[in-house]
Design a protein around this ligand. Structure first.
Ligand code: C5P
Length: 217
């Protein structure tokens, strides 16, 4: 069977994580949450007191990063040296800084190579393919993915979902920064399947995507 790549993009709390996790189980795909990668690198920069508005310091820190991957169940987890990214990547501080680091072209370039290499990780671990979620997966990382979905939901509903998760997160501000940046902004790529999840349950979102995938398998 050919290796399958499913790309899921969307704003904060659009339903990407839950749906990609479920699809990973249904189709035996490695689940890759690229937001967790931007978060892990941001946490590391903060740990080193590197600021997003100091390009030279970001450059130097990037050159020292030793990025690796650990597979935890069905999910890929970024490792930095001998440490795996943990709960600290969901902290308030990381929420507030991640979009500023994610706007730096050089940082995105480093993660682009790393993210593409996740296909090899999936193969090495015997997965049938991968489902990767983020902001620029269908547009930049895997524009030739077998399936590309773009999820969106109205702002009130997304804020409600995030609050339900107990997270303090400025999703409106992150979406504004992510959509307006010059380097691979958040946008629905041409040819992707756009799904409005505002009034859909998780099961309904997953069923739509799974139905689309199943017709071509
Ligand atoms: O998906 P999540 O909300 O955890 O992503 C955190 C942040 O990482 C986003 O707000 C965005 O700034 C950045 N990101 C990105 N490109 C991706 C995934 C995440 O710029 N592919």
């Amino acid at each position: 069977t050919p290796f399958l790549i499913v790309a899921i993009d969307g704003g904060a709390a659009s339903g990407k994580s839950s749906s990609s996790r479920t699809l990973s189980e249904r189709f035996n795909l490695l689940h890759v949450d690229t937001g967790s990668y931007y978060r892990a690198v941001t946490a590391e920069m903060l740990r080193q007191n590197v600021r997003a508005d100091d390009p030279a310091a970001v450059h130097a820190a990037l050159a020292r990063l030793a990025l690796g991957t650990r597979v935890d169940g069905r999910s890929a987890v970024m490792t930095l040296g001998d440490r795996a990214a943990g709960d600290e990547i969901r902290s308030r501080e990381v929420n507030d800084h991640v979009s500023h680091f994610a706007a730096i072209p050089e940082l995105r370039a480093a993660l682009l190579t790393y993210q593409r290499s996740q296909a090899d990780v999936a193969r090495a671990h015997g997965f049938r393919g991968l489902v990767m979620e983020g902001r620029d997966i269908g547009s930049v990382i895997f524009p030739d993915a077998d399936f590309r979905f773009f999820l969106h939901a109205d702002q009130v509903e997304r804020a409600r979902r995030r609050a339900q998760e107990g997270q303090q997160d400025s999703i409106a501000e992150r979406d504004r920064l992510d959509s307006s940046r010059k380097a691979s902004p958040l946008t629905c790529p041409a040819g992707a399947t756009s799904i409005d999840t505002t009034h859909l349950t998780l099961a309904e979102v997953v069923d739509r995507m799974a139905a689309a995938i199943a017709t071509k398998l």
